[in-house]
Design a protein around this ligand. Structure first.
Ligand SMILES: NC(=O)c1ccc[n+]([C@@H]2O[C@H](COP(=O)([O-])OP(=O)(O)OC[C@H]3O[C@@H](n4cnc5c(N)ncnc54)[C@H](OP(=O)(O)O)[C@@H]3O)[C@@H](O)[C@H]2O)c1
Length: 214
């Protein structure tokens, strides 16, 4: 399976790229937005391509030709304003979905946020972020793409534990980025993961078992 990672230079994205590179069943295309990132990846032997989510859908589509699956792990980050939240976390995600469909990509895995499906949960300080995630997820569910939506809790840079808890309504929790990446790579080609959206935090269930029972 040829897998394109949007946000490949991000903290989860880098874990995903490493895991896919190490897995003989997958070819990875790291999609990044700076020339310097391309040369760093190419030096490591990683296939990389320039994509900025503020670009036109047609340009994003060009980067997705020949790809079987897209992982969207991009994000505008906590230090940007509401405008970039709309442009990247909402419109960027939806443009990536449109581009994937135009390029004939079937599979799309979206990194969302814990409880993005549940308005009652949204913290007032970051409501625009949740709105962006919520409607991006809804667009993906309305699309013809074979989607999986992963809604992780507060992300940490702790080492992977290999164990998680997933569910339809987990109210709070955190999880290492390394474990989120492992879950995503594990579920990528599992038919039972298609059409699923779930909250994800650290827990006691081995990742392979958690993915089997999605
Ligand atoms: N922080 C949390 O606790 C939390 C919780 C749940 C979910 N999430 C979500 O998890 C995802 C990944 O998180 P993370 O910690 O890995 O984030 P991150 O390190 O900030 O990575 C985000 C990536 O998106 C890229 N990006 C930003 N604007 C872009 C654009 N215009 N075009 C293309 N790429 C662009 C960034 O590129 P550069 O490297 O060039 O800057 C970066 O590589 C995000 O969607 C985030 O919203 C976060």
């Amino acid at each position: 399976m040829r897998v394109a990672v949007l946000g490949a230079n991000g903290q989860i994205g880098q874990h995903i790229v490493k895991l896919l590179e190490a897995d003989e069943q997958h070819d990875v295309v790291a999609l990044v937005r700076k020339e310097t990132q391309i040369s760093q990846l190419t030096e490591q032997g990683i296939n990389a391509c320039l994509v900025d989510l503020t670009q036109e859908v047609a340009q994003i589509k060009n980067a997705l030709e020949g790809v079987d699956a897209v992982i969207f792990s991009a994000g505008s980050g906590g230090d940007t304003d509401g405008d970039m939240t709309l442009r990247i976390d909402l419109d960027g995600a939806v443009k990536a979905m449109e581009a994937a469909e135009l390029a004939g990509v079937k599979r799309f895995v979206q990194v969302s946020a814990l409880q993005a499906h549940n308005r009652e949960f949204w913290h007032p300080d970051i409501t625009p972020y949740y709105i962006a995630k919520h409607y991006a997820d809804r667009e993906l569910m309305r699309s013809d793409l074979q989607y999986t939506i992963v809604r992780p809790g507060l992300l940490t840079n702790d080492d992977a534990t290999g164990k998680v808890t997933s569910g339809s309504n987990i109210e709070t929790g955190e999880i290492p980025r390394a474990d989120v990446a492992k879950v995503i790579v594990e579920l990528l080609d599992k038919p039972n993961a298609v059409g699923k959206a779930f909250d994800l935090v650290s827990g006691d269930t081995p990742i392979s078992q958690a993915v089997q029972t999605l």
